[in-house]
Structures are given as structure tokens and as C-alpha cells.
Design a protein around this ligand. Structure first.
Ligand SMILES: *[C@@H]1O[C@H](CO)[C@@H](O)[C@H](O)[C@H]1NC(C)=O
Ligand SMILES: *[C@@H]1O[C@H](CO)[C@@H](O)[C@H](O)[C@H]1NC(C)=O
Length: 120
């Protein structure tokens, strides 16, 4: 393999290992839904940018979109799932597991950067 090919292979390998950004918006959100809220109690609306619904596939890690990373104060997974939120991207670092709506993440407020969810 010549050196240019090696560099391209390494670059591809490095990017393909990173967790995907969680799905959001109007497309297919995948198997389940989690509401991320910037305000304690989940006040505010999606229109003002205070809430974001993301989609997750069971057992898959995704990175919280940059507009909400480190800004999540409350979270509401739908009733079929438990979710674990992580301090860092790619589901690494300190974590907290939520098994239902949490109106105030307390010491984990404004820390989550990625999450993964399982079907109950
Ligand atoms: C993300 O996590 C996966 C699974 O633990 C790991 O294989 C991969 O190297 C990580 N990617 C990055 C960019 O840290
Ligand atoms: C989800 O959380 C509930 C409540 O803590 C627990 O009883 C259940 O075993 C969990 N399910 C999974 C798959 O982690």
C-alpha cells in the first residue's frame, strides 16, 4: 500500500468509529423517541429551541446534537425505553440511567453529550 492510500484508509477508519449524531427533525426517527429539554421541568417549546425530540435505535449509541450537548437539564424517554446519558461523546465517561421522565437531572444537568437506550 502506498502512503497516500494508507492515509486515506486511516482517515476513513477514524471517522467510521465515531458515534452517529442522534436523529432529529422531520425524517424517520428510528425505533424510539427521547425528548431532550434545556429547562428544568421541560418547560419551553420546540419552537423556542428549548426542547428537541431525538430518535434512537435500541442499543445504539448516538451523540446529542451540538445545539443540545452539555445543555440538557431534563429528559423524557418514551415509556418503552430506559436510557443512559453520558458525560462525553460516543457513550463514554460518567453516566446516569433514566427509566422515565426526569424533570431535573440535578448534578448531571448540562453534562450529557451522548446516550444509548434499551427496550424495557
Ligand atoms: C466509540 O466507541 C466504540 C465502541 O466502544 C469504539 O470502538 C470506537 O473506537 C469509539 N470511537 C471513538 C471515536 O472514540
Ligand atoms: C428499565 O428500568 C426499570 C426500572 O428501573 C427496570 O425495572 C428494568 O429492568 C429496566 N429494563 C432494562 C431492559 O434495563
Amino acid at each position: 500500500m502506498n502512503s497516500i492510500t494508507s492515509i486515506l484508509v486511516l482517515a476513513f477508519a477514524a471517522t467510521s468509529m465515531a458515534a452517529e449524531v442522534c436523529r432529529s427533525g422531520s425524517g424517520d426517527l428510528g425505533q424510539s423517541r427521547v425528548l431532550l429539554c434545556k429547562e428544568v421541568g421541560c418547560t419551553g417549546s420546540p419552537e423556542t429551541g428549548a426542547q428537541l425530540q431525538i430518535g434512537v435505535n435500541y442499543g445504539t449509541c448516538c451523540d446529542i446534537p451540538t445545539t443540545f450537548a452539555n445543555q440538557v437539564a431534563a429528559v423524557s424517554p418514551n415509556s418503552e425505553i430506559n436510557c443512559t446519558l453520558f458525560d462525553n461523546t460516543n457513550c463514554t465517561g460518567t453516566s446516569v440511567t433514566v427509566t422515565g421522565r426526569v424533570n431535573d437531572l440535578g448534578s448531571f444537568r448540562n453534562r450529557a453529550e451522548s446516550l444509548t437506550c434499551v427496550h424495557k
